[in-house]
Every structure is written in C-alpha cells, then in structure tokens.
Design a binder for this molecule. Structure first.
Ligand SMILES: [Zn+2]
Length: 128
C-alpha cells in the first residue's frame, strides 16, 4: 500500500529532575531536548488549516511541544509540573506521543525520538 511519512524535528529547553533517582539526575537541572517525529499514513486528510484531503496532518500539529509552555508547549517548562509521570526520556517520549495523537487523525502511525543529550536518545512507537 502506498504511504506518506512526514518527518519533523524541533528542540525545546526544559528543566526537570527524576524523582527517586539516586544520583545527580535527582536534582533540578536542564536539557535542550531534541525531538524527531515521524507520522506515517496510507491516506491523506484535511486539516484545521486546509479543507481538501491533501495532508497526512499539519506539521504545526506535530510541533506543538516546541511552543512556549505558556502557549501549551514544553519550551522553558519545568517538566515535573507537566508530566503526570516520571520525567525520564522514555516517559517524555511517551507523553509527546500521547499528546500528539490527540491532535491528529487516528490512523496515523507515530514514532517519537527524544534526545536528552547529543548521544543519548530513546524511540517510542506503538509497534512491537
Ligand atoms: Zn536530566
């Protein structure tokens, strides 16, 4: 089946600490997180900004987390105040996945990659 895969990358700066962590990650500190999102679909859809079915989804909807925290994103946020779970890179990726899912058509397959540092990253998807 033919498919389209949108790919987008963005960064945001946030503070966090890992609750219960025995080590320096348990103290408040910051990261410039990098996020890669891929969104795959076998059909094209309308979006909030385009009435004809010509997009997988709007890039804007994939990049919500890049916005300032006062506008609903994760930039310059204290992640511990926003995530209902631990703020490990694994949970941040899962959180971005869940929040992005709410903004796009249901059939789109998402894969979320979150870099906590240049050489440490995690990939979250709903595949096995
Ligand atoms: Zn950290």
């Amino acid at each position: 089946m033919p498919s389209w895969t949108l790919n987008t990358e963005f960064k945001f700066d946030s503070a966090h600490f890992i609750e219960g962590y025995d080590g320096k990650c348990g103290r408040m500190h910051g990261h410039t997180y990098k996020v890669h999102i891929s969104a795959k679909s076998n059909k094209l859809n309308v979006s909030k900004y385009l009435n004809s079915p010509d997009m997988v989804c709007d890039f804007k909807e994939l990049k919500w987390a890049a916005q300032d925290v006062t506008k609903g994103g994760l930039d310059h946020a204290i992640l511990n105040d926003i995530l209902p779970v631990s703020t490990t890179a694994e949970r941040i990726a899962e959180f971005i996945y869940n929040e992005t899912k709410k903004r796009i058509p249901a059939e789109i397959e998402l894969k979320i990659t979150v870099w906590e540092t240049d050489n440490s990253w995690v990939v979250y998807s709903d595949e096995d």
